[in-house]
Write a protein that binds this ligand. Sequence first.
Ligand code: ATP
Ligand code: MG
Length: 322
Amino acid sequence: MSNLRDKLWIAKYAPTNLDETIMSDEIKTKMEEMVRTKDIPNLGFFGSAGTGKTTTGKVLLDVLDVDPGDIMFVNASDVNSVDAVRNMIKPFAMSMSINQDLPIRFVFLDEADHLSPQAQAALRNLIEASYGSARFILTANYPKKIIPALHSRLQTFTLAKPDINAIADRIVAILEAEEVEIENEDELVVLIQDNSTDIRKLIQLCQQNTVEDADGNKVIKIQIKENAGGDTFKKYVKLYKKGDAKALRQLVYSDFTDTDTNEFYSLMLDEIIKDPEAFEEIGDGIDNIIYYLNESQKTHEVVANKVLNVIGFTVATIVAGE
Ligand SMILES: Nc1ncnc2c1ncn2[C@@H]1O[C@H](COP(=O)(O)OP(=O)(O)OP(=O)(O)O)[C@@H](O)[C@H]1O
Ligand SMILES: [Mg+2]
């Protein structure tokens, strides 16, 4: 009972079959068909954090009962070079599986949006060349970072906006399994609604809000509504729209990781395009922000301190007009 897997609900309740995995009926039907026919295309699972991209890919391999020796799992945020594609992935994908039932090997490229453009270009040919022996499963938060030539070789699924009732059912099932009493159903419903786009975070919040009462019974009382770490970028945008340079400096310095800085520029552009009015009054306005965004992004790969680069952008654009 003491290992981490038992302690963390997100790991303990990681789905092991398609029924436990929250997904749209449309996607479920297609997955079931793949399992039934064993006719598996190259796949891409896209969507924001905690929607089940990695889970869905893993569950599919589980349900297909793929031999572990026929799976190469690559986390592309660690391994992302063209050399890795040529020297590690290619030899694996080009050799045949000896499994009788499903003689296919699988290359699982998790977080494939971190693959370098050269690695992606190399994959383009490999996916075709190895079609007789392997299939590729890619997951990504930002499908725009995946080159069109790769997109067109994948059957893609977007795991956005999961059904709220399906999420609620899953949460209730987890709470039942943990023998947790629900103190206030309305509050739980609000927590589910507020966090329905990130199932991982929602499950974590349910666990964090579960306490033992005086009699030693477990009960969920909603006290924490946001993760302590929270979504750093969301916090950034909130503060940025207020023009709070001091708080932003602090936030970026203490909370931004290298991954956050990598994604920062395109996320910020998305925010500006989505909600331009909110940025009009900041510093010298939107065009200035976009100009600096572009300038900082250009230097991103070469600067020694990426966090400082983001702080530089932040300060330069917020105080520009003052
Ligand atoms: N669709 C889902 N159905 C059931 N559980 C889910 C689902 N999505 C997420 N979870 C829960 O959250 C955990 C994390 O999900 P997963 O790693 O698949 O998310 P992800 O979309 O790959 O996120 P990231 O973008 O951060 O890689 C799972 O182990 C599971 O407990
Ligand atoms: Mg994932």
